[in-house]
Design a protein around this ligand. Structure first.
Ligand SMILES: NC(=O)C1=CN([C@@H]2O[C@H](COP(=O)(O)OP(=O)(O)OC[C@H]3O[C@@H](n4cnc5c(N)ncnc54)[C@H](OP(=O)(O)O)[C@@H]3O)[C@@H](O)[C@H]2O)C=CC1
Ligand SMILES: O=C(O)CCC(=O)C(=O)O
Ligand SMILES: [Mg+2]
Length: 432
């Protein structure tokens, strides 16, 4: 089977970038991947909302020219390849794209196509805002206090995919080499004959670009704090280094725009705790952003018990994956959890929901398209089409306020009217 040949839609033009500024024509070509499982239902609903929001906001002066690109099961069925080169090239050439979820088998088989795409395009930030829409059912008492923005490192950590399966030839070679070079550390592996091995790599460069993006975001959007979330007490030279490099970068590059807990520690050591607390209070009063850190396990408790103490969160790949789904639960669940994978230097961005393919609901026109619709809202904002993005947020407020919602919200809301995935899109379009 041949690779797909992509024909750009007639009448569309490319989004470009120069000197770090995105240039978006009135008729941009935006590639999309429909996605596996529930992806087809969700995409069909979402694209109608995007087109209607753009039409409403710009009265025909602007229009997205969608170009389908292929990945996952659809690509494999049609072209015999899970992630065609043409798909990756289109994301490169057209800069901004959007995708549905793609299936990843567990414990073997192909590696994640989602992760592969992020790595191939070097989309180093997985940006996942977590906010509550009034009326959305939540398991916590004060969902209104949940307003966090996760900056998840997206290209490193254990997700690099360097793994050696227990019992394989590669595993034996790796362990032999490891034993020869590091006999003491090899001795710490409890059952070397039956151990699978995974490598966790975290770099200074990778940490710095992620933390820089998080602090720049906090400054641009008047956020109060950036929390570096890590498990640095146990994994000292990966997660602990992430924390240390993060603090150092904050002080070196952002100077008097930020106040770090490292500075607080220094003042405490020199002048006592009261002086350090006074210094922090003065920094907050002066509008400085507090850069702090928290260990990952207690973070998962405190985001529930004291959500108002968390604002922007910068964290490593695996922590960010766990935190994203956990935080989504507080504001209504994974059906309303959007995201974007972004390289702020090259401008490349692929927007996608936090959830996966939810295979048991595939083809039922049932699930909440909210996550992909809000990912599109983030995409429109990234493109500078803020009026269309705002229209989507307003429509969301209205539809949820009317209690016309998909099954996931309806099962938790008194007096709700349950609608299908496509009907929820209709409700949003009416409300634009
Ligand atoms: N970026 C990506 O493409 C991602 C892909 N995946 C992949 O997806 C596959 C399935 O993963 P799984 O762990 O089951 O997680 P999923 O996110 O696909 O689904 C888990 C549960 O979340 C709820 N859910 C998911 N999507 C929606 C939605 N749109 N509206 C309402 N509820 C929703 C459903 O809950 P309920 O049962 O309560 O109704 C569903 O059963 C795996 O192959 C995984 O690798 C996973 C995450 C991200
Ligand atoms: O790639 C996958 O299948 C899962 C990825 C994931 O869970 C995520 O990025 O949040
Ligand atoms: Mg995940």
């Amino acid at each position: 089977m041949a690779e797909p040949t992509l024909t750009p839609p007639a009448g569309g033009a490319k989004i470009t970038i120069s000197n770090g500024v995105l240039h978006v024509p009135e008729n941009p070509i935006v590639p999309f991947i429909e996605g596996d499982g529930t992806g087809a239902d969700i995409w069909a609903a979402s694209v109608r909302v995007f087109d209607a929001a753009v039409e409403k906001a710009y009265g025909g002066k602007r229009k997205i020219h969608w170009m389908e690109i292929f990945a996952g099961e659809k690509a494999n069925n049609r072209f015999g390849t899970w992630l065609p080169d043409a798909t990756v090239q289109a994301c490169r050439d057209y800069l901004v794209s959007i995708k549905g979820p793609l299936t990843t088998p567990i414990g073997g088989g192909i590696r994640s196509l989602n992760v592969a795409l992020r790595q191939m395009l070097d989309l180093y930030t997985c940006l996942r805002p977590v906010r509550w829409f009034k009326g959305v059912p939540s398991p916590v008492k004060r969902p209104d206090q949940v307003d966090m923005v996760i900056f998840r490192e997206n290209c490193e950590d254990i997700y690099a995919g360097i793994e050696f399966e227990a019992g394989s030839e590669a595993n034996r070679k790796f362990l032999d080499a490891f034993k020869a070079a590091f006999p003491k550390e090899y001795g710490k592996i409890r059952f070397p004959e039956t151990s699978g091995i995974g490598i966790k790599a975290v770099s200074k460069d990778g940490t710095e670009r992620l933390v820089r993006a998080a602090i720049e975001y906090a400054i641009a959007f008047n956020r109060k704090s950036v929390t570096l979330v890590h498990k640095g007490n146990i994994m000292k030279y990966t997660e602990g280094a992430f924390r240390n490099w993060g603090y150092a970068l904050a002080q070196r590059e952002f100077g008097d725009k930020v106040y770090t807990w490292d500075q607080w520690e220094d003042t405490k050591a020199a002048s006592g705790e009261a002086a350090a607390n006074d210094e922090q209070k003065a920094a907050i009063a002066a509008g400085k952003i507090i850069i702090k850190d928290a260990i990952a396990d207690i973070t998962l408790q405190q985001v529930l018990t004291r959500p108002n103490e968390f604002d922007v969160i910068a964290t490593l790949n695996l922590n960010g994956d766990y935190l994203s789904d956990a935080l989504a639960a507080q504001v209504g669940g994974i059906g309303i959890a959007p995201g974007g994978n972004i390289n702020y230097v090259t401008g490349h961005a692929v927007f996608e929901a936090t959830h996966g393919t939810a295979p048991k609901y595939a083809g039922l026109d049932k699930v909440n398209p909210g996550s992909v619709i809000l990912s599109g809202e983030m995409m429109l904002r990234y493109m500078g089409w803020t009026e269309a993005a705002d229209a989507i947020l307003r429509a969301m407020d209205i539809a949820i306020g009317n209690k016309t919602v998909t099954y996931d919200f309806a099962r938790l809301m008194d007096g709700a009217k349950e609608v299908k995935c496509s009907e929820f899109a209709d409700e949003l379009i009416k409300a634009l």
